[in-house]
Ligand binder design. Structure first.
Ligand SMILES: Nc1ncnc2c1ncn2[C@@H]1O[C@H](COP(=O)(O)OP(=O)(O)OP(=O)(O)O)[C@@H](O)[C@H]1O
Ligand SMILES: [Mg+2]
Length: 1107
């Protein structure tokens, strides 16, 4: 979005006055108050016309941002609040657009912010001028020359931690488009005395400290240096560290800057070697040594340092040593060598150090110039930036202050000249009549100093060159003679009687009334400093150095080019360079930045009025304002003027159609401003007095308020009206909508009411019809009901009548039948009475029996002999027949069942039957045996090969083969035996071997005894006297007692035709050899589970406990 064009003016929102030309009344106090007021509000810049006054804020303000650069870019000088950027922009634009070379002169006392200001100007110009890789490199080189020069040329002083100890003028060159091409730097009078001695609280040049702090160990070794500052006599120790300054980091910055500027590595190295040599020179010390002629000669105390210096610089040690001990004076082809005493040796040493350093500095400036030199031959536009020491008034002012103040006088001179010239030119340009104005012109002071015949500098030179004894006093005497009558020269010893009794003027001093104040100069040292002597032996020794840089720094040491002429004095050199500078500046359009230091403490927010007052005075700011206001205090082009004040006159407000000048004329006439207060130029209106301008401003302010009220009024009216119209329109719309809504609602209401009424009427009508219909229906129903009742009554009556009739008929019939029965019975009684009853009875009985049998036929139960079902008896009289029938049927079905059996099955059942006969209800064991089929040979001897022998021994059929327990008659314990029953014998065999143990013919078996209980014990009694009976009877126990006993019984019966006696008793006797033992069965305890146990109680008793 394009930035909106806002017409602003310096006059808007002013704190104090932005331009002191407008100060009313104008005096020192108002000037200082104005500066203070603005300073307190962070407005550090103030104008005097086109001059910028800058008060050092001693803190970083947010007013140098890229946004600010943009704000001030391409804006009119007076458009925004005063700023150094406005001045830079103005200068840059008139350079670029109007092809006018510019110079920016920055003055002010030490610490006032000159160097910072010069850097701000450079950075602003760099930011707004052209861009591109090449251009950027040039810019970068120009900007980076600052850190290099600051490292070598700046030092910490009591006034400023980064005080420039040299004057600097830099020409920045541009092409026709305004792109930077390069630059040229000129330096003025480096304060070289600082190299060898620094006042208390101050430091030597930064580079020494930076080198020692920032260099690597390797570099230090190479330069034969030690990191410890205290090792060097030339470095003051009490303030070696500066708060907030990192020397080591700065050393890196400087080396980096040197690289950007274009220094070769070997060049940087050489420079550092020279710096190291200067430092080490300070450590050379001398001692006196008496000579034959009685004079003292100086000797170097410790030659180690000298040796190292010589190694560093490539100078022959003996040459340098000699140069510190002798001085050769050449006069008229004659060389005279004199020895130096200790003081002279020190003087020589320091002079060498100072010269070496100051020449190195000049070499650096030249080297930088070489790098930043514009590379083309095209015509260049130039912007010069002068950052030079400001006016200095110390307690002790010496040659340096004199030179500096002279320079400032020259700058003031040029300022006056150029300002007046500019004013005059503008007046001519604008066709305004020039009226002479009174102001102080300092040309006379400049003349006092620089006049070639009787100027102070000329006289100093004269003294220096004069043969014979020359001292500072002789110089002062000369001054007293020559300048006595000069208005601005004051000296106690001068011929002028005014100062004879002036005690503030010491005898060894002279005072000059500078434009900025009176300064008292100590004459001591003037001659020496002006001479700036370096013994030729030393410069020759330097020239002999192997170190290329050092050699080049001392060209006068070349014996081939020996020049007997004295080198120009410092004063004349300076005068010449100032003259060149002035000439240079005169060709350019000057822009002034005058820096003011608000306090001595380097602190923010403190505004020391006394200090500022002093600076205001010597900067000649009042003079400045006066000169600026010489004719007319304020001028402005017609257009902006008309634009600003057009609201003050009806004809010009709101638009003036004609040319701006005519508009302004009308405006001023209308406002009745006295004609002598203003003049019309070609393009500008000139206002003589600030009062007039302020009156205009006040009127404008008042009018603006009125206009604002008017605008407010109209706006409010418009706003209310629009609001009203909107409300009305809205009201109509709302009303219309409401009416529609109301009508709709009413219609809806009527419609619904109509519907309600309609429905009521319809309901009512319907109910009426319904009532009628219901009535009609009831009538009909009533008729039907009545008819029905009537018919019912009729029918019932008829039914009653018929029933009556039927009853009567029935009665008649019954009576008839009875009567007939009676009649018949009476007739036939004689035929039935005798056997009818018997016959009926028999018949009935017959029928019942018949029925009984027929029914029984169907009810007969199943043919299973064990089926207990039998149909119930129907009549009691059939009871016996029924039971008989049941018996017959059972027998029949048993027969039927038996008929199915094979012979073998028959045999089995026969056996079972036999068992039943023998044991049923006698032996408790019997019932459990009924279900078990009799198997006989349980042990299959045939199949088991173990019993082959046994089998072979028996030829008969085996009826039983079973393992039994044979009870040992001695102790009641049992042994397993195979029990074999054949047709004729009973055999016992060993279970394991199958060997026959006993064989008893069945004829010898007399009896079998057993208990009545549920046990398997049985005894086999043998015939007394038989062979088998020799061992006694057998007592066995077997799981198949019933079967065994039965089979034994049957076999004995079939073989012997005698019934075997089976005794069932719980106590029986058994023959054991000779004894008879009683076997007694008792109900035993359950200890051994369900197995009966046998125990020999005594000789006569064997007890079997049956569980
Ligand atoms: N515009 C500024 N904004 C912030 N600080 C400033 C500004 N100008 C100056 N200073 C501060 O004041 C100090 C001194 O400024 P500067 O070195 O420019 O003084 P000078 O006038 O060049 O002094 P000298 O004559 O001793 O060289 C700076 O180091 C800086 O801290
Ligand atoms: Mg400076």
């Amino acid at each position: 979005m394009a930035k909106m064009e806002v017409k602003t003016s310096l006059l808007d929102n002013m704190i104090g006055v932005g331009d002191m030309v407008l100060l009313e009344p104008l005096n020192e106090e108002t000037v200082i108050n104005n500066l203070k007021k603005r300073f307190d509000h962070n407005e550090i810049y103030t104008y005097i016309g086109s001059v910028v006054i800058s008060v050092n804020p001693y803190r970083s303000l947010p007013i140098y941002s890229p946004e600010k650069v943009e704000d001030y870019r391409n804006r009119n000088f007076y458009e925004l609040s005063p700023h150094i950027f406005a001045l830079s922009d103005e200068a840059y634009r008139s350079l670029r657009d109007q092809d006018k070379d510019q110079c920016i002169l920055i003055t002010g006392e030490s610490g006032a912010g000159k160097t910072e200001a010069s850097k701000l100007v450079m950075s602003y110009v760099a930011a707004v001028c052209g861009k591109g890789a090449e251009v950027n490199q040039v810019k970068e080189q120009l900007l980076q020359s600052n850190p290099v020069l600051e490292a070598f040329g700046n030092a910490k002083t009591v006034r400023n931690d980064n005080s420039s100890r040299f004057g600097k003028y830099m020409d920045i060159e541009f092409d026709f488009k305004g792109d930077p091409l390069g630059g040229v730097i000129s330096n003025y009078l480096l304060e070289k005395s600082r190299v060898v001695k620094q006042p208390r609280g101050e430091r030597n040049f930064h580079v020494f400290y930076q080198l020692l702090s920032g260099a690597s160990e390797e570099l230090l070794n190479k330069l034969k240096l030690e990191r410890d500052f205290s090792r060097y006599n030339y470095l003051s120790l009490d303030s070696a560290k500066v708060n907030g300054v990192d020397d080591a980091a700065n050393f890196r910055t400087v080396r980096n800057a040197m690289q950007i500027v274009g220094f070769m590595d070997h060049e940087v190295e050489s420079v550092l070697e020279v710096v190291a040599a200067v430092l080490k020179l300070g450590n050379i010390e001398f001692k006196p040594e008496s000579r034959v002629n009685g004079l003292d000669e100086s000797k170097i105390k410790d030659k180690n340092e000298l040796k190292e210096i010589c190694e560093l610089t490539g100078i022959d040690q003996s040459v340098l040593e000699r140069a510190f001990s002798f001085r050769t004076v050449e006069a008229k082809q004659e060389k005279v060598s004199t020895t130096l005493n200790v003081a002279q040796a020190y003087y020589a040493r320091d002079a060498l150090a100072k010269n070496l350093y100051s020449r190195l500095f000049s070499w650096l400036v030249n080297r930088i110039n070489e790098s930043i030199k514009a590379q083309t031959k095209v015509r260049k536009k130039v912007m010069g930036v002068l950052d030079i020491y400001g006016f200095e008034i110390f307690e002790d002012n010496s040659f340096e202050q004199f030179i500096i103040n002279y320079c400032n006088e020259k700058l003031q001179q040029i300022f006056i000249e150029l300002t007046l010239k500019e004013e005059q030119e503008e007046y001519i340009r604008e066709d305004i009549e020039w009226t002479h104005i009174e102001y102080f012109n300092n040309a006379i002071i400049c003349d006092l100093i620089e006049n070639n015949t009787n100027g102070i500098l000329a006289m100093l030179d004269e003294e220096c060159l004069r043969p014979g004894t020359v001292t500072d006093e002789t110089f002062l005497e000369k001054l007293n003679q020559v300048c006595a009558t000069h208005q601005h020269f004051e000296s106690r010893m001068s011929k002028c009687s005014r100062f004879l009794n002036d005690t503030s003027l010491p005898h060894s001093c002279f005072r000059i009334q500078h434009y900025a104040g009176k300064v008292l100069y100590q004459v001591e040292g003037f001659v020496d400093k002006n001479n700036d002597l370096l013994y030729r032996d030393l410069s020759q020794a330097m020239w002999k150095a192997g170190h290329a840089l050092i050699k080049s720094l001392f060209p006068e040491g070349n014996p081939a080019k020996i020049n007997l002429k004295r080198p120009p004095t410092a004063g004349s050199q300076f005068k010449a360079s100032v003259a060149t500078l002035m000439k240079n500046l005169q060709t350019k359009n000057p822009n002034y930045i005058r820096c003011i230091k608000p306090n001595d403490k380097k602190a923010a927010h403190i505004f020391n009025e006394g200090l500022v007052c002093h600076q205001v005075r010597y900067l000649g700011l009042l003079e400045n304002v006066r000169v600026r206001r010489a004719g007319y205090a304020f001028r402005q082009a017609y257009e902006p003027c008309l634009e600003r004040y057009k609201m003050l006159c009806k004809q010009t407000w709101p638009h003036w159609k004609g040319p701006a000048r005519a508009g302004v004329e009308v405006l001023f006439n209308e406002l009745e401003i006295p004609v002598e207060e203003y003049s019309f130029g070609r393009s500008k209106i000139f206002i003589r007095n600030p009062r007039t301008l302020f009156k205009l401003e006040d009127l404008r302010k008042q009018r603006l308020e009125d206009l604002a009220t008017l605008i407010q009024k109209i706006y409010r009216g418009w706003k209310c009206r629009t609001h009203f119209l909107l409300m009305r329109k809205s009201q109509i719309v709302i009303a219309a909508w409401y009416r529609r809504y109301a009508q709709q609602k009413r219609y809806q209401q009527i419609k619904s009411s109509t519907l309600v009424i309609q429905s009521y009427i319809r309901g009512w009508k319907a109910r009426k019809i319904l009532r009628e219909l219901k009535h009609q229906k009831r009538c009909e129903e009533a008729a039907t009901t009545i008819a029905a009742y009537w018919h019912g009554t009729q029918a019932r009556r008829e039914l009653k009548r018929l029933k009556e009739e039927a009853r009567r008929k029935h009665a008649v019939a019954v009576i008839w039948a009875y009567w007939l029965g009676l009649k018949v019975r009476r007739e036939y009684r004689k035929f039935f009475r005798a056997n009818a009853g018997k016959k009926i009875y028999e018949f009935t009985l017959q029928r019942i029996v018949q029925n009984y049998f027929l029914e029984m036929k169907n009810k007969v139960p199943s043919l299973s002999p064990i089926d207990k079902n039998w149909p119930s008896r129907p009549y009691l009289f059939l009871d016996s027949a029924h039971k008989e029938l049941k018996r017959i049927f059972h027998l029949w079905r048993c027969k039927k069942y038996r008929d199915q059996f094979t012979d073998q099955q028959k045999l089995i059942y026969e056996e079972k039957l036999e068992a039943s006969e023998l044991f049923k209800d006698k032996k408790a064991l019997y019932p459990s045996s009924v279900g078990q089929p009799f198997q006989g040979p349980y042990l299959e001897i045939n199949k088991n090969p173990k019993y082959k022998k046994l089998k072979d021994a028996i030829e008969e059929k085996i009826i039983i083969a079973e393992v039994v327990n044979k009870i040992n008659r001695a102790n009641g314990k049992s042994t397993s035996r195979i029990f074999l029953l054949t047709n004729n014998n009973l055999l016992l065999a060993d279970q394991k071997s199958g060997q026959i143990k006993s064989e008893v013919p069945l004829v010898d078996v007399t009896k079998v005894s057993m208990s009545s209980q549920n046990d398997g014990f049985f005894a086999v009694h043998l015939k007394e006297g038989s062979e088998a009976a020799s061992k006694g009877d057998f007592l066995f126990s077997s799981d198949h007692l019933i079967e065994m006993a039965t089979k034994l019984y049957r076999t004995t019966l079939s073989q012997t035709k005698q019934k075997l006696n089976i005794e069932i008793s719980d106590e029986f006797l058994v023959q054991f050899r000779q004894d008879k033992v009683c076997v007694k069965f008792i109900q035993g305890n359950q200890k051994n589970g369900s197995v009966p146990t046998c125990k020999r109680k005594n000789n006569r008793l064997l007890e079997v406990a049956v569980p």
